[in-house]
Design a protein around this ligand. Sequence first.
Ligand code: UGA
Length: 496
Amino acid sequence: MKSAKPYTILVSSLLLLSSLCVHAHKTPLITVIGTGYVGLVSGACLAEIGNSVICADIDSSKINSLKNGIMPIYELGLTEIVMHNVTQGRLTFTDDVASAITAADIIFIAVGTPMADDGKADLSYIDDVIETIAENINSYKIIVTKSTVPVGTGKKIRARLENVFHINPQLFSMASNPEFLREGLAVSDFLEPDRLVIGTDSDTALVTLCEIYEPLIAAGIKYVLTDIQTAEMIKYASNGFLSVKISYINEIANLCDATQADVRTVAYTMGLDHRISPYFLNPGPGFGGSCFPKDSQALVYIAQQEGLPFSTLQGALDANRVQQKKAVEKLSRLVNDYNNETLLGKTIAVLGLSFKANTDDVRYSPSISTINELLAQGAFVKVYDPIAMPNMQRIFPSITYCQTLYEAAQDADGIIIMTDWDEIKQMNLAHIKQLMNQPLLVDARNIINPEILKQLGFTCDNIGQSYLCKKQTEYVHKLVPIHLHRRMPFIKFCTK
Ligand code: UGA
């Protein structure tokens, strides 16, 4: 907390100042525009920490569902937190965005910023919201971007409001308050964040935003108060860095496979170094989701616009494209080694479709590349996912969707595990083997013990621990500390 001290002093004095100014007489009313995963989680959690919040969206059917307690996304703990705050009278939903703007003291913009064809962020939804704000602004508002936006967007919004819509600059302040919410853990990430970032050039906005986050600040959450463009950059830089870290460990995993090294031991031991940290060092089928691919691409685009190379991040994106084809490449090799055939005409089961476990989100999921690659090589594709199948059906309407993972394994010539769902980790492998036409399995998440697979008669492969899938594991670890032994129960250890 040492580095937070100057900020703490600043906040205390500003909070004192706030008691004398505009917001002292009432709790500020927050309107969150956009009820996607960022907007809905943020709105519900802002209410949970004591604020009055209106969640507004132009999508009437979504708002009607929310009013009936039906969530548009699968997110752990979200239904409970929404229902609780609705009951407490702190959270309401409306499709009347104009009235929600008129009523608000603070407007959080949480609409999507998808990737445009050239890699830059598409800000058309943000532009629409700004136009609606301009049409309805009736009193002083603090306009906060929660959506991930390119560096400089806050400034551009201000310029647009002033110069295009001729809004009096005294009538609004701008701020950036990026989110760091992981899908599946978004509620806890909001309520117990590693850090809170508020970027603004307005004292009033700073004071008011610190006020609405007061319970988190009082709980000792680290916070950074900065300018708007730095806050915008923090978000992109964080996602970009994690993308690089994942691509790095994926490429190390591929090298491990080529050299018979063990990626899990490598990653674990790298992570013991505090400068590296143990997180985001799990190799897999490549990163996906609505954030890393999009934000990394957008940051490369920003760098290009500035005439600066961003070769590390571009490299991470290139490596990710290659990694997303790894699982099929490995299965194709297994099929070839098994009976000298190709994937043409083979039935392949893909287990897990979402870009990671505990979400139904398939955006930029590595499973999409895997299915495309299988289809391109002439395979028949059967898939199973506990909750993401309806979303994948929109992308691949013609492949076979199965009700259970056993149905997917029935008569399959090979299986690829794409998502680390508990259900897949716990499947009955002996039964799966009986159901299959030929027992070939690629575990792109390293969630199944290869020793067990081999004992059951599978021919298998994984990412970065291929040597364990070989018929005979000649490699043994010596001098292994006991805690490492526990983490890698399926590796044979010798003490002498
Ligand atoms: C990510 C960030 O983690 C959040 O901090 C950020 O707020 C969010 O994007 C966003 O910008 O809104 P999320 O996309 O939900 O969150 O997913 P992550 O848990 O970060 O995983 C991203 C991808 O990396 C997944 O495909 C996952 O399987 C992969 N991954 C992650 C690995 O392959 N290995 C790892 O060790 C970690």
